[in-house]
Design a protein around this ligand. Structure first.
Ligand SMILES: Nc1nc2c(ncn2[C@@H]2O[C@H](COP(=O)(O)OP(=O)(O)OP(=O)(O)O)[C@@H](O)[C@H]2O)c(=O)[nH]1
Length: 348
């Protein structure tokens, strides 16, 4: 029989927020897996075949992943879903859409919502659209994973934190824990974080470590309501193949052009045709200035060719079919400042 922990918000089982120093220290010790905590080991809901789960005992709910740009939200989402549904790059502001990825483990179906980092620096139309997406994402979910870099918190984190609704449980995910060398300094940091928001739990982790991902599933499960699944247990995302194609090109574009290319460059799919086991895709990379065009094309077209090859290879792997990908580059000055154009490029 699969396990079904009581929903923490159903009854008196609401998580107790650590108030005293001793409680905070215990929370930290437990989260770090040190002795002395009563729940150092957390079961993962995995390993119960989902086909055999009676709908009457199924759990299903939305989990929003929020945080400022570059803290690792997309890496986390991909690891949770078990496949690439959101693009990642070292360049901040890579994610622009609300993306849902799903994962069904045992009796529980997790529906994840990825959000763009909350934009604070520029008030242009693109950033206004991005911020609206973040607000929409957090208002109607069962659980929020507020992602920060472990031990860090600045104004950009604070702006995202200020958007969290009071009535939705939020877990503090201290990501990139592998980069923290002075772990002893985390206790005062955790204390200050708990003063900023009544987090239900604290999870120090690395989105790149599979053990941490498994542990996170076990932690999140109890926050999702008991109700039948909304998607088939095999579904991983509700985004179209067309969308995945444009995201994949955009990821390669940002990875291969480095920091010179402004994040306002985007990708539009002009053609998406299927012929048996072959997909023919034509896409345009839209840049803001003539000078950016050269950065994308590179010496003798070398860079553009590499962007195309890498995107094609990943798409072939993702869909398990042959892909023919044709790329173009166009200049459209000021598109990110133009509301109508931002909408026409697919940002609501
Ligand atoms: N060392 C380390 N690096 C990580 C970890 N998680 C993510 N990263 C890296 O951090 C960078 C940003 O990760 P993303 O997943 O793109 O971040 P994001 O928050 O989705 O960024 P935006 O799309 O800009 O909002 C990438 O280079 C990741 O490889 C982690 O746990 N440890």
């Amino acid at each position: 029989m699969p396990k079904h922990p009581a929903h923490p918000l159903d009854s008196t089982a609401r998580p107790v927020l650590p108030g005293t120093d001793a409680e905070l220290d215990a929370m930290l010790a437990r989260a770090l897996g040190k002795s002395g905590g009563e729940t150092a080991e957390i079961d993962s809901p995995a390993d119960v075949p989902s086909e055999v789960v009676d709908p009457a005992v199924q759990r299903c709910g939305y989990v929003a992943i929020v945080g400022k740009p570059n803290v690792g939200k997309s890496t986390l989402l991909n690891a949770l879903v078990g496949q690439k549904v959101s693009i990642t790059s070292r360049k901040a502001q890579t994610t622009r859409h609300r993306i849902t990825g799903m994962r069904t483990l045992g009796a529980t179906q997790f529906v994840f919502v990825d959000t763009p980092g909350f934009q604070t620096r520029h008030g242009n139309a693109l950033n206004r659209a991005l911020n609206k997406t973040v607000l929409g994402a957090v208002s109607d979910v069962d659980l929020i994973l507020f992602v920060v870099e472990a031990g860090q918190f600045n104004l950009a984190d604070a702006k995202v934190l200020s958007l969290l609704p009071a009535n939705v449980p939020a877990i503090l995910v201290a990501n990139k824990f592998d980069l923290v060398h002075r772990r002893g300094e985390l206790a005062p940091w955790l204390r200050s974080m708990q003063e900023r928001h009544p987090f239900s739990e604290f999870v120090p982790m690395s989105a790149k470590a599979s053990k941490d991902i498994e542990r996170l599933f076990g932690i999140c499960e109890k926050y999702l309501p008991q109700q039948p699944w909304m998607h088939s247990p095999d579904d991983l995302t509700d985004r179209s193949e067309r969308f995945m194609a444009s995201e994949m090109v955009r990821e390669k574009l940002f990875r291969l052009t480095g920091d010179e290319l402004p994040y306002t460059s985007t990708v539009i799919i002009d053609k998406f045709e299927e012929e048996g086991r072959l997909k023919r895709i034509a896409a345009t990379i839209v840049v803001e200035r003539e000078g950016h065009k050269g950065m994308v094309i590179g010496d003798k077209g070398e860079k553009l060719k590499r962007i195309g090859t890498e995107a094609r290879q990943e798409l072939e792997k993702l869909w398990d079919c042959k892909v023919f990908l044709e790329l173009w580059v166009k200049v459209r000055s000021g598109w990110a400042d133009d509301d109508a154009r931002v909408r026409s490029f697919g940002y609501e």
